[in-house]
Ligand binder design. Structure first.
Ligand code: NDP
Length: 452
């Protein structure tokens, strides 16, 4: 089925324009905002009470944003200064929740786009969590392990006062994995004199972390693709997967694709991509990228029959399923055309906003199933909410039980998204469905709680 893009509703256009005027140098935030406002026209037409209560004007403005200096000393004894961010966007449904990103590209626009998306994603999980995001412009790749530790300690020395299990609960994201979460949690514990397990998710399983949290985002994205395909009787089994990235999300997309009988043949990082027609060896990938922290070309050097393509676009490799799982706007309109030419049937976003608006249009026009990140990668934050529940109850569920819960949550997200797309007149448009379903949940909570 072909889906065309709806125009911005006349009632929402001025809100978008005002936000652009107020935030002039924030292109990623404006892109994320436009996509949501594009989708919710039919919702506000049916619910004028949302507009009367100024829900949208309030929603596009973060409840609180914190920017701070992160001073630290490198191994050569030199003082270095980075910038830290935490944008607490909306807490109508629960404590602020969203990851921390450490990457040189991080700025206020990126943190705000991620925080804004997080509101609707978290609402879709139905787990009672608000939306936030944070991070820093530090480049952890360029730091020694000791420097990363000192950086994390300095970062948390400011951020801790804004966090808490009932206030704001961060997790990882690009550049913030198990190692960084350990250092950040350790410093919070030291400063506050509280082993407050529920103030951070993605913790090590031996000290308060939850089974399946590490795998959840990647596994969830494949489940979402599975559910989209199942609508007309197709399956992951026997299909080839094109995956970008080689971090947390990409690794477990690849693993789950293999478990379900598919074959993931690519992985990438910022230096290029590898193609392995036999199927990516997940253990080798983890060894190269996570344990040894080396470049992806190393994978091809150790794996006979695979090849490394320096600087290339992974989307030129043909396959039926695509999982962009690296970073925002990594898949442009031309890449989408290449995927369509290569026979792609379904795209599920493992990363946040990896597909540029033109690429989404191409997929919709070509009748390719398209699962936006808000829905497709929500398994990570949903499992973080399960980690918070386990922490509160001082329990740890088994891997099997946790994965069953993740599966049920992803099924629920797919169902809610599909139903909203039908309810608002664009069946099969998962972008509209995710935005509309998430928006209604937050809007109703805001309406009930008054003008705050
Ligand atoms: P990781 O840091 O584990 O991995 C990121 C991967 O993407 C690396 O392979 C990295 O390559 C690549 N990458 C990052 N930035 C760029 C860039 N600018 N250009 C090219 N490649 C890049 O991060 P995650 O796997 O955790 O996150 C990946 C995406 O998934 C992000 O968009 C994140 O927001 C999203 N996400 C993550 C969740 C989670 O639970 N972790 C939850 C929901 C969404 P290199 O090593 O060369 O930098």
């Amino acid at each position: 089925m072909t889906i065309t893009t709806p125009a911005l509703d006349p009632a929402l256009h001025p809100i978008f324009e005002a936000s652009v005027r107020r935030n002039p140098h924030e292109p990623e935030f404006q892109q994320a905002l436009h996509e949501v406002l594009d989708s919710i026209g039919p919702v506000v037409r049916e619910h004028p009470e949302y507009l009367e209560a100024g829900i949208v004007e309030r929603l596009v403005e973060p409840e609180r944003q914190v920017m701070f200096r992160v001073p630290w000393v490198d191994d050569a004894g030199r003082v270095r200064v980075n910038r830290g961010y935490r944008v607490q966007f909306n807490s109508a449904l629960g404590p602020y929740k969203g990851g921390l990103r450490f990457h040189p590209s991080v700025d206020l626009s990126i943190v705000k786009f991620l925080g804004f998306e997080q509101i609707f994603k978290n609402a879709l999980t139905a787990q009672g969590i608000g939306g936030a995001k944070g991070g820093s412009d530090v480049d952890p790749h360029a730091l020694s392990a000791r420097e990363v530790e000192r950086f994390c300690q300095s970062f948390m020395t400011e951020l801790y006062r804004h966090l808490g299990e009932h206030t704001d609960v961060p997790a990882g994201d690009i550049g913030v994995g198990a190692r960084e979460i350990g250092f950040l949690f350790g410093q919070y514990r030291r400063i506050t004199n509280r082993h407050e397990s529920g103030m951070f998710t993605g913790k090590g399983v031996e000290w308060g972390g939850a089974n399946v949290r590490t795998q959840a985002t990647g596994y969830g994205a494949v489940y979402f693709a599975q559910d989209m395909l199942a609508v007309d009787g197709r399956a992951v089994e026997g299909r080839t997967g094109i995956v970008s990235g080689s971090g947390n999300v990409a690794t477990y997309v690849i693993e789950k694709l293999h478990q379900l009988g598919g074959r993931a043949i690519t992985a990438s990082d910022s230096s290029g991509y590898v193609v392995d027609e036999r199927g990516i060896d997940v253990e080798l990938l983890r060894q190269v990228k996570e344990v040894e922290r080396r470049r992806i070309s190393e994978y091809a050097e150790r794996r006979p029959g695979s090849r490394f393509v320096p600087g290339g676009r992974v989307w030129e490799v043909p396959g039926q399923l695509a999982f962009p799982s690296a970073t925002q706007n990594e898949l442009a309109e031309a890449d989408a055309r290449a995927l369509v030419a290569g026979g792609v049937e379904a795209v599920a976003e493992g990363a946040n906003m990896p597909c540029a608006p033109g690429a989404v249009r191409v997929f919709h026009e070509a009748g390719v199933l398209f699962g936006p990140g808000k829905a497709a990668n929500a398994g990570g934050v949903a499992t973080s909410a399960l980690e918070m529940s386990q922490n509160a109850a001082r329990q740890r569920w088994s891997f099997e039980e946790s994965e069953d819960r993740l599966r049920a949550i992803m099924l629920g997200i797919h169902q809610a998204t599909l139903e909203a797309s039908e309810r608002y007149g664009r069946p099969g448009d998962y972008v509209l469905g995710a935005n509309a379903a998430g928006f209604v949940r937050v809007a109703d909570a805001m309406l009930a709680q008054g003008v705050i």
